[in-house]
Design a binder for this molecule. Structure first.
Ligand code: FDP
Length: 283
């Protein structure tokens, strides 16, 4: 098995599924009545996209495991790399036609495992354009999907500017996080859309800081480490940024459970440091 070729196949198969994923969302915008393993209501599109991408990924020679934010257990499907996927991240945005994406982490170890075992990570953003941001070998490149072909649009992206900020969960923040946010709102422009892929992508291009911190009732924040936290942390670091829980590098967090959550602050190193001085888990 040539590991690099397997990674190529995973990226190509997921990216080139974008036309089907886009059209699949159109007719599946209602809630299904079911919940995912994190107890969040699933849209029909979540369930459908998971099965569609699972069929593709598990049939790639060299993929050994498949884990999804929509499935309780990890599926063994052969020998090789482990794929963790959030098939439709931000799916609560589908009914209102806001940003949605697909996030994929490709790990060298059996799942669940730490983010330091990532070999590559990428996301597809179904925006006005379909773009694919790929972190691999220490660099991040972005491609535009056109006629089912990937065209390089941004090479070696690096998070350089201190421009914007955005944090999820504001209703339930702890007091010191709220006070910190008040201070940085005087210096930077707020942009928050409620879609990890959309908000992260904005930060990646404009520079700044983005996060979903610990909040009341959710001491580990909202994002699932295998499917959301680690892949985005890996992309952040490959783009020269910093990704932390506030206390520790996200990629080094022990992962014992498939649907474990993680507090998440990523972006320009100085801004991340400014924000992550505030790491309370209680008032
Ligand atoms: P969604 O619930 O729509 O699937 O973790 C999933 C996620 O979206 C992220 O994409 C998004 O950043 C976050 O949740 C939004 O959470 P809030 O509704 O609390 O802002």
């Amino acid at each position: 098995m040539d590991k690099e070729k397997v990674i190529d196949s995973i990226i190509e198969d997921v990216a080139k599924s974008a036309p089907e994923i886009r059209s699949g969302m159109e007719s599946r915008r209602d809630y299904s009545g079911d919940s995912n393993p994190s107890d969040e209501e699933e849209l029909e599109a979540d369930i459908w996209a998971n099965q569609f991408l699972k069929d593709k990924i598990t049939s790639i020679d060299g993929v050994g495991q498949y884990a999804s934010e929509e499935e309780q257990e990890v599926t063994d499907c052969g020998q090789g790399l482990s794929v963790a996927i959030d098939p439709l991240d931000g799916s609560s945005n589908i009914p209102t036609n806001n940003m949605v994406g697909t996030i994929v982490g490709i790990y060298s170890e059996e799942l669940p495992c730490k983010g330091v075992h990532l070999e590559a990570a990428f996301y597809v953003l179904y925006g006005p354009l379909t773009t694919v941001a790929v972190a691999r070998d220490g660099t991040v490149n972005e491609y535009v999907l056109s006629n089912r072909e990937l065209h390089l649009s941004h090479e070696e992206i690096s998070i350089e500017d201190k421009n914007i900020y955005g944090f999820g969960g504001n209703k339930d923040w702890f007091q010191d996080f709220r006070e910190m946010e008040h201070e940085i709102s005087k210096k930077y422009k707020l942009r928050y859309g409620g879609s990890l892929v959309g908000d992260f992508n904005q930060m990646l291009h404009h520079g700044g800081v983005f996060g979903y911190p610990a909040k009341k009732g959710y001491e580990n924040g909202k994002y699932r480490i295998l499917f959301e936290g680690n892949p985005m942390a890996y992309i952040t670091e490959a783009a020269g940024g910093k990704a932390t829980t506030g206390e520790q590098r996200i990629l080094e967090v022990d992962v014992d459970e498939v649907h474990q959550r993680v507090p998440f602050i990523v972006g320009h190193e100085e801004m991340v440091n400014e924000v992550s001085q505030t790491t309370s888990k209680s008032d």
